[in-house]
Design a binder for this molecule. Sequence first.
Ligand SMILES: Nc1nc2c(ncn2[C@@H]2O[C@H](COP(=O)(O)OP(=O)(O)OP(=O)(O)O)[C@@H](O)[C@H]2O)c(=O)[nH]1
Ligand SMILES: [Zn+2]
Length: 294
Amino acid sequence: MNWRKGIVIRFHSNTLTVRDLETNINIECYLPGKFKLQKIRPIVGDYVEYVVEKNHEFGVIKNILPRKNELYRPKVANVDQVILVTSLKEPKVDYIIVDKFLVLVEKEQLDVVIILNKIDLLTSSEEKKDMQDFLNIYNPLYPVIPTSKITKDNIQLIKEVLKDRVSTLAGLSGVGKTSLLNMLDPDLKLREGDISPKLGRGRHTTTFAQLLPLKFGGFVVDTPGFADLTLLGIDKDEIKLYFPEFLPYQSYCSFSNCSHVYEPECAVKEAVEEGKISYIRYNNYCVIYKEMEQ
Ligand SMILES: Nc1nc2c(ncn2[C@@H]2O[C@H](COP(=O)(O)OP(=O)(O)OP(=O)(O)O)[C@@H](O)[C@H]2O)c(=O)[nH]1
Ligand SMILES: [Zn+2]
């Protein structure tokens, strides 16, 4: 029998919705009992092999392929990248919050693209300078794409970033994640607020995520990732590893386990003084480090 390959996009009580990778058609699949006996449970994002027996509308899962990664909140496998959406106005998102998201993303070793959204609101010369400052700080480290649902800057570029990959959005409430997805693929018809966890009520009482297929190819997770910014489970001494621009300097610090906060003769601090590392990023690192010390 012909084994086909698909990706799990949704769960029901006893079946999974699998999207065939060749035909892009959704099919409900049963999970045979042997998987349960082996305590193997597929999750959204899993690549599976399945068969459709003659005269059946349902598929049967035959194999769950190894995961490249697994995120816990929301629970989803094989995420290719994080799209970190942020704005500088309405809401004003400060750099510390951006850096905390980036720490979480780096910890998971995921690729990240930053979308600087709502740039239509940045009209005064001071606000335009804020945007330039943001680009100067983050663009050397990660791709940053400015956009807005009003001006529609760079939407073709964003589509190319999302195409044929599994992406999860991250970003504070109100930065425009839902609006962005609707702008990219109007067929999604998401209601504003749809992709946010509304804890304790409605459809988000479940922790199961879904994958939303994009009409130009690729998937996005319907629930934003890394919404909880408390950095639980991360040790303060680990954080320096998640500021990639520190890494070229750290072996030149006098103390081999230098935190780059208190020690003298610190090569990271020198790089900050010489303007090779952004002072704002370094300062945020110190704030996050000291926050975790308490
Ligand atoms: N001016 C402007 N407003 C925008 C833009 N994008 C979204 N908005 C508005 O910002 C508000 C929040 O947008 P949403 O798309 O719901 O934001 P979200 O990130 O999905 O928010 P949550 O669902 O709470 O996580 C809405 O009133 C949108 O109309 C933009 O590019 N420019
Ligand atoms: Zn140091």
